[in-house]
Every structure is written in C-alpha cells, then in structure tokens.
Design a protein around this ligand. Sequence first.
Ligand code: ATP
Length: 369
Amino acid sequence: MACAPDHDRQAPALQVQRVSKSFGETVAVSEASFDVARGEIVALLGPSGCGKTTTLRVLAGFEQPDEGIVLIDGETAVDETVWRPPERRRIGMVPQDFALFPHTSVADNIAFGLPHGHRAWWTRPWRRLRRVDPPPRVQELLELVGLHGFGDRFPHELSGGEAQRVALARALAPEPAAVLLDEPFSNLDQNLRASLRLAMRRILKAADTAAVFVTHDREEALSLADRVAVMREGRIEQIGAPDDIYYRPETRFIGSFVGDANILPATSFRHGAETELGFVILLNPSEGEDGRPLDVLLRPEQLALKIAEADDAEAARVINSEYYGHDQVVRVRLPSGLQVETRLRTEVVWQPDDPVQVVVLDDAIGFAR
Ligand code: ATP
C-alpha cells in the first residue's frame, strides 16, 4: 500500500471550511464549506465564473486561499499557518485535457503516478530493449479502469474515453485521499457521455476514493454525483443529494439552474398554495398568515394534461409540442395567458390549439415573493 501511514481514516477525506479566494477585486470563492467522505463523489455545479475551478485548485494546492481551512484525511493541508504543497497533499488530479505523456505507453503513463519507490522500473534504460511486465499495481489499475491489455498502447492509439480512463488510473495510482476532476467530459463526444459517466462512477466507487468534479452540466452532476454543491457567485448556495437539489431546491436560482422549471404565481394557504392550476401542497410550507404572495415551482414532469371540452372557456390550449420518442415536451397557455411546460409520455400526441386541463401530479416548492 502506498498510503501515508499517519492519516485519520475516520475523518472525512476532505474538509473545506469557510474557504475564500479573491483575485484583486474579483471574489472567486466566498466562504465555501463542505465535506467529502471516503468513497463519495461530489459535483461542484454552477454557471461559468462562479468559482468552481478556483475551489478545485485550492483543494489541489495550486491556489492559496485568502481565508479558510482545508483538511485532507483529517490533516491540515492549509490554514493560517500551514501550507502543504500539491505533491504532499495525497490528491490526484485529472486535468480537462487528460495531459497524458504522448510518447509514453499507457502502462508507463500510469506508472508515473506511482510513488518513486514503485516507479524504479519505469526509468530503467534497458526497458525498451527487453519486454518487462509492468508492476502489479499498474496491472491492477489497468483492470480497474477496464483497460486490461492496453498497457503497451500509446495515447494516440486510444479513444477519448480510454484516454480519460488512463488519466484516472494515473491519478489513482498512489491511492490518494481524493481525486479531483476538472470538467471531465468536456473533451468527449456528446453521444458517449452518458455511458462514460456510468463507467467513471463505477471506477471511482471500486477505488473507494473521495472524488470532486467540476461541471456546468446539470445532467452530468445529477447522474454522476452522490451529492451536488451548487455554486453561484463564489458561494455554495446548496449542497445535497441530486434528488434534493432537483425537487427541493432552496432558492429560485437553483430551481431554475438544475432543471426545467415552471414558476407559477400563488398565494399561501395552510400547508400549501393556491395557484392557477388549483391548490398544491408545498414540501416547504412557510409559517405565517394565509394569503402571502409566493412563487411555486413545478417541474414539467410534475404536470399532466387531460383533454377538455372544445367549448370549455376555462380550458388551457396547447401551444406546441416537441416529440422525442421516449417522451414529449408540450407547451400550454393557461387562461390567464401564463405558459407552462409539461413533459409527458407519448401515448397521446398533442396538437397545437388542443383544449386541455393541466393537472398537478406532485407536491411543489414555494418561494416567498
Ligand atoms: P468556468 O466554468 O468558466 O471555468 P468557474 O466556475 O470555474 O468558471 P473560476 O475559474 O473559478 O470559475 O473563476 C471565478 C472567478 O475568478 C471568475 O470571475 C474568474 O474570472 C476569476 N479568476 C479565476 N482565476 C483568476 C486569476 N488567476 N486571476 C484573476 N481572476 C481569476
């Protein structure tokens, strides 16, 4: 085992406490706090410029925070008085472009990640003259990332997905406390991304290491991570399981950023709200008098359509629909003129101007106005 002997296996792999970092006038990260457990995958999700990469770079030790503490396996990596350089942090990094050595075989690329003692084999000058099996740890990593038999290939002989797995194997080689991945899928074919995400998740879970990855792609964050930290203007606005972030967003921004959202004006009533679509129960009912103005968030898949009578003056009308095969998105104009979007199965194909009634299927989230 290549682990440092003195770290605390009980502590979270990463603890980030009130970390802030500015560049001149620009506040890149503001009081960010979160933990990552061993074996856990956390996504940093947010729009461009919200501070995701800077947070990752502070964890890796490429950036010194102005304030805050980072602990890795319970040991201080940085605080007011301590500064551990990147090579002493037990962090593996997978850069956006994978940064494989082009003239070096896959096995040698992975072996480069091993601590020096295990790497002596790599530098032997006669290695090129005589075929030498890579050390067992490299074989083990090749198996882990599903590239058994690829050790002798060179980076230009790999697909994008394979190159990514080699970069991941190299980062995992020294058994780091955590792996950091910067926009891991941005350089890969759009059509392959879903299957590559699954493969990445399987590898990280098998390696049982903590992982933090940066993305601005909500699907990527929701499908790959155990928890998602949504960042906005340097702050972590909410951190939670994908299901929490999606169906129980704490702010309007998160509600709209992590998925398609219908926002309906409403007034509070008991544990719910009166909306143009009728009474809805709120998952987050707020204290206070009835009749306060609210905005209610409902996802398109939380609404259904029923056919209404053609002469029903109260009926909503279909504006248009987009057919995707597995489902369809149907836009509807309510009698007030407000438009809502529904995501439906495709047993009925809706046509523009069809009279419909919109039915709310689930409880909703309310935001005070
Ligand atoms: P993106 O998704 O576009 O990569 P991000 O969420 O990763 O964005 P950061 O790269 O962390 O955001 O940048 C946060 C803010 O800090 C931005 O306003 C950026 O311009 C600024 N910034 C980042 N690095 C530096 C730097 N070295 N010097 C000056 N400003 C910087």
